[in-house]
Design a protein. Sequence first.
Length: 364
Amino acid sequence: MSTPLFDLTLTEEQRITRESMRRLARDTLSNQARAADDAAAADAGLLDAISGFGLALMPMPEALGGVGMPRSPLSNALAVEDLAQGDMSHTLAALQPLSAVNALMDFADEQQQERWLTALASETFVGAAVALNEPRATFEPTMPATTARKESDGYTLNGVKSLVPMAGQCQWFVVIAATESEVAAFVVPADAPGLTIAAEACMGLRSANTATLTLENVRVPAHDRLPHFDLDRLLGLSRIGQCAMAVGCCQAVMEYAIPYVKERKAFGEPIAWRQSVAFMVANMGIEIEGMRLMMLRAASRAEQGLDFHREAYLAQLQCMEKAMEIGPNGLQLFGGAGFVRDYPLEMWYRNLRSIAVLHGSLMV
């Protein structure tokens, strides 16, 4: 009997959680996203509201203050999709602790988990993040320019990391750097000597408070190197997170556009009656469903312990391409009004442009 590629049957717990996530996204996140984007700052109340679901606590051992449940990439991906439909920026910001916890649960030993995870055992927002991206147009995640030079008592890190969400509020970072022989991961406290955090101005994700980390001769003890680090797993699970954000935001674009094209009249009839407009909306629905199925297949295979890297990579390629298509098409359906800040279309467009470069930013 062959093993199914993926299972889309949700558990009762997943269904209940999705209802709560969707309610928060619909009633709160979507209403406050514009104000946070204008202020270029995450709303502390929204961060705490999302953190209150306890996603970061789920995989954490009970002895460290967590729930001790098995890892569920599928449940996390569903949560990311639902929250991103309300606001992608706050979703990325508030789930940074989840990404950091998952990284340590996968790659750290018990002593490292006990040392670093206890501080994150909270139902309010406590920051920690994975720092993989670098400010290069040709950045390749498997070949970081940040270096870790071996010393007698540890490592010395040098380099620059970019697009680190909520860096200014993080207690520590998982920094990815290249040693002489391989790519490795290190836990670096936010107050480490030689580490500088600078706010980073971006076109999108303005309320995610992304920042640049500059590491100048940052000393890291040997016991803070993660012994079980697997770059392929980090990238694969992060790609699923990227895809889930893209699916949620694109769904928001389509659901916002449909009533508008039905009500907006030109030459005495709704523009939805125009074949070109109707086809554009229909294609949105088709592409979003394809994006969702590819994302769910990768997440389900990861949850079952099957190889999922190919599926995650293909899902990322699909979601990058279609996010770049659906965002601009949403603007086109609204015409000139789509570029006005009275509507959320231009904000969603700006946020979706980041999907292609968020390497390692949200590990589900």
